[in-house]
Every structure is written in C-alpha cells, then in structure tokens.
Design a protein around this ligand. Structure first.
Ligand code: 1CP
Length: 347
C-alpha cells in the first residue's frame, strides 16, 4: 500500500523492517496535541471528537508536528475511542479527563452497544488518511487502534481509572463475558486498522497502554490471544506493526511473539535489556522518559544519547519517548531532540 515511491527509502519503515538506516528515525507518541500552540489555535471551540471527524482538521493537526520537527513519521490525529463512538457507543472525550462512557459495560446486556465496525462508519478517517498520504509525500503515516484490553478498561470503568478494579472484577469474575467483550473489541480494532491501511497508512501501532496492570500469566490467558488476532488481521497487508504498552517489563517476551514486527518499550527497561527479552528478530521503539524533557538540555541530551547507544543492541530502533508527549512540554526541546537523534545516529 506504500504507493509513494519515496516511502520505500523511509528510515522509519526501514528500521521497522530491521534494514540498514541512514539515521535512527524518530517520532513521538502524542506529537500532535496540546504542547503545540498551532494545535491549540485550530482546536479552539472544536470538541475533540468533532475534530477527529473533520478530515480538514485531522489533516492539518497531523501535519503540524511533521512541519515543525521534521520527524520521520506522522501519526494520524484521532483517538482510540473513535471507532467505539463510530459503532454507536455513547461516549465523549472530556477536556482534562479523557474518554467518558455513558453506560459502562458490566453485564452481557451491555454488549449490545458494540456492533461490528464497517468502513462506512468511519468514512471521515478514510478521507483524512487519503488526503494526508498525498500531503506527506515521502513521510510515512502511522495508523493506530487501541488494543482490546485498553479499550475494555475504558468501557468497563466508564472512564480513566487508576486501579482498573471493575475491569479486573469482570475479567477474573466473569471470564465468559470477558471473552465476548474482548472478541468484539478485537474485531473493531482490526477493522479500524484495516480501514487506515486500505486508505494508505504505511504502518500501524496497537496501543495497549494500560496492559502493564496485569501479571504475565493473566496477560497470556485473558488478553494476548485477542491482541494477537488484531495483529494477525493486518498481517497480510504487509505494513509494519508496532505493539506498545506501558509498564510492560514483565510482558516484553510475550509482546515480542504476539505478531508485531516492532515492540514499543516504555522508559523503565533499557533497550538492550528489552531486546534480550523481546527476542532477536524484533525491532524496538522507544524509550526516553517524557518527563526528562523538563530537565535542563544537558540532561536531556545525555539521556537521549544513552537511548541511542542502548538501541544499537536491537536489530532495528525507532527513537521515541517511553510514553506520550506531556502537554506542557516545550516544543523547542522536542525540535532539538529530533536534530540530536538525526545528527548523532547518522551513518
Ligand atoms: O482536547 C484534547 O486535546 C484532548 C486530548 C487528547 C488528544 C490530543 C485525547 C484525549 N486524545 C488525543 C489524541 C490521541 N489519542 C492520539 C493522537 C495522535 C498522536 O499521538 O499525536 C493518539 C495516538 C491517542 C491514543 C490514545 N487515547 C491512547 C493511547 C496512547 C497513550 O497515550 O497511551 C489512550 C490511552 C487514549 C485515551 C485518552 N484520550 C484522551 C486522553 C486524555 C486519554 C487518556 C486518558 C487516561 O488517562 O486514561
């Protein structure tokens, strides 16, 4: 689906495929968003979910960090709950809070909220991706979806949650309903990724942000088969797949064998150790602590160099933060970081 000829030489796509690169590619999770004044300007008076459904705004917001930073990849401006909203789940993204679900899923009858996702449900995503691929030229676009566990956590809790107590109560207490819920969410996530690749996205990332809340054995039993299925449904499309979670030190071996070509690593495990845990035939993405960007530049540069050196232990490395850009991050620091990564890694 990489229709633009220049994309074949993309440092980002090459690193994902463990091919030699001219420099270590870099992009940032949440590179679009509140840390950018140009983002705050275009979002003024437009609700988050409305912005996600306007191809003109999605295109502009996705391009903003590419223009400003010269990152090696763009990530579609959207949210993990967009496909849920598209199939009719009554939810909103509240400023300063995050996704809030009107009727949390706690019993089998609540599953009626979750039908399958058809491409026509998200025509605005197809339109935005097509427009972006034209504008981006040789810069690849990453599509994404929330993984079933992380989506389930919002649907069951009703919103962001520190302890995921309702999610775990359902998972451990009603495994039958849990399977049904996870199966539906895997179908929706897989369909959402396929829509983005069909429209021209060059890679996909599966965000399982909160899966670090589970012990390895429970991840293997209750979650992994569903994430594997999502990854498998995009496997035949031939684009690199990135599998990301936070606090996944104990899960890295399983993430390495769940199907993705690239495993995202948060800032808690150095990349050389992460590569040992993930296995020799997987590229890594990560893993500078986003909070380090608030330290003086010397400290930022020192830690960024350590990430680059540690990343050489992996057969492919995409530089990123260990989690998303924090809203108060100084954009100038991110710009300097991109330059540092490019200059210090140039062959
Ligand atoms: O009004 C606003 O600006 C709302 C803030 C915001 C933004 C900019 C939200 C609400 N979502 C987004 C965009 C978004 N969400 C992107 C854009 C692309 C990019 O990275 O630049 C992506 C990839 C997401 C995915 C997402 N949403 C995740 C997975 C990534 C992660 O950070 O772990 C998660 C967990 C969400 C839920 C969500 N949406 C928004 C918020 C504030 C949250 C987190 C709430 C919580 O703490 O649970």
């Amino acid at each position: 689906m990489t229709s633009h000829a220049g994309l074949r030489g993309s440092a980002f796509l090459r690193a994902c495929r463990r091919e030699p690169v001219p420099h270590t590619p870099v992009w940032f999770m949440r590179q679009a968003g509140r840390s950018l004044p140009e983002y705050r300007r275009v979002r003024e008076g437009v609700a988050m979910l409305d912005a996600c459904r306007r191809p003109d705004l999605v295109t502009e917001i996705t391009l903003q960090p590419v223009r400003r930073y010269g990152v090696d990849a763009a990530i579609l401006f959207s949210d993990i709950v967009v496909p849920l909203k598209a199939v009719g789940v009554d939810l909103d993204i509240k400023p300063g809070v995050g996704p809030v679900i009107a009727r949390p899923i706690r019993a089998e009858a609540d599953l009626g909220q979750l039908r399958g996702l058809e491409p026509d449900d998200v025509g605005y995503v197809t339109e935005a991706v097509q427009s972006l691929v034209g504008e981006l030229g040789a810069t690849p676009l990453i599509g994404f979806a929330g993984a079933p566990f992380t989506l389930a956590s919002y649907l069951v809790e009703g919103g962001p949650s520190r302890n995921l107590e309702n999610t775990k109560a359902l998972m451990y207490g009603n495994p039958g309903l849990w399977e049904l819920l996870m199966t539906r969410l895997a179908d929706i996530a897989g369909a959402f990724l396929r829509v983005q690749v069909a429209a021209g996205a060059s890679a996909v990332q599966l965000f399982d942000s909160w899966v670090g809340a589970l012990p390895a054995a429970d991840y293997a039993r209750f979650v992994r088969p569903h994430s594997e299925r999502v990854l498998a449904t995009v496997g035949e499309l031939g684009v690199p797949r990135i599998h990301f979670g936070v606090g996944t030190g104990e899960l890295l071996g399983q993430l390495g064998s769940a199907g993705a070509e690239v495993v995202g690593v948060d800032f808690r495990v150095p990349l050389d150790e992460a590569s040992r845990r993930v296995g020799p035939d997987r590229a890594l993405q990560g893993n500078l602590d986003p909070a380090i960007l608030f330290a003086p530049w010397d400290a930022v540069a020192r830690r960024a160099r350590e990430v680059l050196v540690s990343g050489r232990a992996a057969p492919g490395h995409v530089f990123n933060l260990g989690h998303g850009v924090l809203p108060d991050t100084d954009p100038d620091v991110l710009a300097r970081l991109v330059d540092l990564v490019h200059e210090e890694s140039a062959a």
